[in-house]
Ligand binder design. Structure first.
Ligand SMILES: *Cc1c(COP(=O)(O)O)cnc(C)c1O
Length: 357
């Protein structure tokens, strides 16, 4: 069989419902983030079955697909809009995250021309140094936003664990709430949304340490993979195997562990290094770097290990694994977030759905 991504929709719905229940218990709404799987419709439906309050994606292409496929929940654009694309943003999304006055002015004009009001979440940079206004500039920026016709400032948000690896904590999320209250006082109206990050904030949620006043989390990885890369952990109350990648063995032989002959560069121009571990049983799979981000694969069988890959071949050491494995069998892999991103977007990998009825 060609390489395929097996997707257990019931496990995704279960994971969603677990996250939603825990968040709602602490008065937090959940946006289901669809960019990790390219907004593939059956998976979006599994999110909705699990009770997400809205959808969110970083890419307008995915959001256009969501609307084309008839999903009519509120959608938030998670990446600051391109000045050149504000028309689509106001047409197809309800809310976008922002930090640039020029962009918000353009959003306002575009919204007014469609007789709409576009919601804006002002992003605050609490140290991760990706998007957002620095804390000392929030009041003045919020005041400017409040004067723009066609947009409505609905809240503040922050993003962490992405560029600088800064972790959400009671202190920095608490600061976001404090700043929100200060902005409300300064502007004289209430802000409904205080968006306190993504999967990396679930760690605090579990310990009930998310400060009161945080009203929203935007969750992708946790629901999809049951992992939290920022904290380098699995989330024990969620499934880790809703996605499984399968690829077929096309050669199975015992070979030395160190290449012989004159050694040049490998297929990608690197000088390979090898440790002599004797002869090993090696499976070559019909899967390569052209199909998927290989570093994002983890063999389901912990006794197997990935030795390397070229564009079309993946080499797996199966010496310690079940000796009944044969040519033509499939080997299963779990995926990291980057593995999932690449596999879901790959035209070479078939998507096979289980459950979801
Ligand atoms: C991708 C993204 C998320 C979701 O992150 P996960 O770690 O997958 O939960 C949340 N917020 C923003 C701004 C994002 O770009």
């Amino acid at each position: 069989m060609s390489p395929h991504l097996e997707i257990d929709l019931d496990k995704i719905t279960y994971n969603t419902a677990q996250v939603v229940e825990r968040c709602h218990r602490q008065s937090i709404e959940v946006l289901g983030v669809t960019k990790g799987f390219g907004a593939i419709p059956p998976i979006v439906s599994a999110f909705i079955a699990g009770g997400v309050d809205g959808l969110a994606d970083a890419r307008m292409e995915n959001i256009l697909d969501l609307r084309k496929n008839g999903f009519n929940l509120p959608i938030t654009l998670l990446r600051i809009p391109r000045l050149s694309n504000v028309g689509n943003v106001v047409r197809y999304t309800d809310t976008s995250v922002n930090s640039e006055i020029a962009v918000m002015q353009a959003l306002g004009e575009a919204a007014l021309s469609l007789d709409k009001i576009h919601n804006v979440v002002l992003m605050v940079d609490l140290g991760d140094l990706r998007e957002g206004v620095l804390t000392q500039h929030v009041l003045e920026t919020a005041k400017q936003v409040a004067t723009i016709n066609g947009v409505k400032l609905v809240g503040l948000g922050t993003n962490m664990g992405c560029f600088g690896g800064v972790l959400p904590a009671t202190e920095n999320l608490g600061l976001l709430v404090t700043i929100t209250r200060a902005v409300e006082k300064y502007l004289g109206f209430k802000l409904d949304i205080v968006s306190g990050g993504g999967t990396s904030s679930l760690f605090l949620l579990e310990k009930e340490e998310i400060p009161a006043g945080i009203t929203q989390l935007r969750i992708g990885e946790g629901i999809l993979l049951g992992t939290d890369t920022s904290h380098n952990r699995i989330i024990p109350w969620l499934y880790q195997d809703a996605f499984m990648l399968h690829a077929e063995i096309i050669e199975l032989k015992t070979k030395p562990s160190v290449p012989f002959g004159n050694i040049g560069r490998d297929a990608f121009g690197n000088l390979p290094q090898f440790e002599d571990t004797g002869t090993r049983k090696r499976a070559i799979l019909a899967l390569g770097r052209q199909d998927v981000y290989i570093e994002g694969l983890v063999p389901l069988d912990g006794k197997m290990s990935i030795l390397g890959a070229s564009s079309d071949h993946l080499i797996v050491d199966i010496t310690e694994a079940d000796d009944k494995i044969r040519v033509g069998d499939n080997i299963a892999f779990k995926l990291t977030y980057s593995g999932l991103l690449s596999a879901s977007g790959s035209k070479y990998i078939k998507k096979v759905f289980r459950g979801g009825g």
